[in-house]
Design a protein around this ligand. Structure first.
Ligand SMILES: Nc1nc2c(ncn2[C@@H]2O[C@H](COP(=O)(O)OP(=O)(O)OP(=O)(O)O)[C@@H](O)[C@H]2O)c(=O)[nH]1
Ligand SMILES: [Mg+2]
Length: 316
């Protein structure tokens, strides 16, 4: 068995250490990453992938902790990827005071991993997708992706999710206004967390008024619920809504989205591999070196030089 073969075997046997090693390989874009992902791919596609996104400090991690607790009660295994968390994914803030991190990571059907932006040569969206695939292949029933913010970059990351939960909290209304009509395109379920605070209803109304003006794709109207993540209030209802959304996806929506996401992925993969291949080969070319010299001596400009090289390359 090669190193990758035994790693794949470990992942399929749900071994946490193998999962962890594989994520490191993918995260750092090590050379064996491609082989690993190729071997894992046939084993993916079973997990329900849930995105949790929202402004910093809105209570995403606390809510994720509650979701883990609820899913474990239902005997479901859970994988969590926290993308570039502003607060570390360890300690009390994450799982609430009553549950310690160890309760989950030590073979209790839960695997949690934070992922920083550094070292993500292939881009954060690609890396996230690949890490989710590792967790999916390892047999996790549920994979949760937590990302901060609801800007364009985050939308790319979150597009890996089947169901996206947009989380807000009272007092973080600016973020809602900034999104306006785009809101309903990102979120499948809306949550106003910190409902123990008095102005929660106003936040619900703010979201409601924006959803009413936006275009709603298909027959799914994103529901809005209130939660109190520190006590767990609303978690069961949230899980019900996520389940309902999953049922809705089965009406052909899932297939359409999947096709689109495969198209995007394929183009991105080709671009990345092509660029790498091109850059490596070009630098070795004598022509390239002499052109650089010519540009240096102002005998030619970089625009014309690029055209010259392009004309020489024939694709396909
Ligand atoms: N009052 C109240 N506080 C909450 C609630 N949920 C979370 N908090 C608190 O809000 C703070 C931020 O919670 P986190 O779960 O770390 O928030 P987050 O969205 O994951 O934060 P980042 O990962 O840093 O973006 C913590 O101090 C939580 O205890 C809630 O429902 N009510
Ligand atoms: Mg967090």
């Amino acid at each position: 068995l090669t190193k990758i073969d035994s790693l794949v075997k470990g992942i399929l046997e749900r071994d946490d250490l193998s999962i962890s090693k594989a994520i490191t390989i993918v995260e750092n874009d090590f050379p064996e990453s491609n082989d690993l992902l190729i071997q894992l791919y046939p084993h993916t596609g079973k997990a329900a992938i849930i995105g949790i996104t929202g402004p910093a400090g809105s209570g995403k991690s606390t809510l994720v902790g509650q979701l883990i607790r609820e899913y474990r009660k239902m005997k479901k295994t859970v994988g969590v990827v926290a993308v570039d968390p502003t607060s570390p994914f360890t300690g009390g803030a994450f799982l609430g005071d009553r549950i310690r991190m160890q309760d989950y990571v030590t073979g209790n059907g839960v695997f949690i991993r934070s992922m920083a932006t550094r070292g993500n040569l292939g881009g954060l969206a690609k890396t996230t997708k690949d890490v989710v695939r590792i967790l999916d292949a390892s047999g996790k029933d549920i994979v949760i992706v937590e990302t901060v913010g609801v800007g364009q970059a985050e939308v790319g990351i979150i597009s890996v999710a089947h169901t996206t939960v947009l989380l807000f909290a009272p007092g973080l209304g600016d973020e809602i206004q900034a999104l306006k009509a785009g809101l309903s395109e990102i979120g499948d379920v809306f949550v106003v967390n910190k409902a123990d605070r008095e102005n929660a209803e106003k936040t619900v109304n703010d979201i409601n008024s924006i959803l009413n003006t936006g275009d709603i794709d298909g027959t799914w109207r994103p529901p809005i619920i209130k939660t109190i993540a520190i006590t767990g209030e609303g978690t069961e209802e949230l899980i019900n809504l996520i389940d309902q959304h999953r049922e809705y996806l089965k009406t052909g929506v899932f297939e359409r989205r999947l096709r689109k996401s495969i198209e995007t992925e394929l183009i991105e993969e080709i671009k990345q591999k092509f660029t790498l291949h091109l850059t490596n080969n070009l630098k070795r070319e004598v022509d390239f070196k002499s052109l650089v010299n010519q540009i240096l001596k102002k005998e030619i400009d970089p625009y014309t030089a690029a055209e010259l090289i392009l004309r020489k390359i024939t694709i396909g």
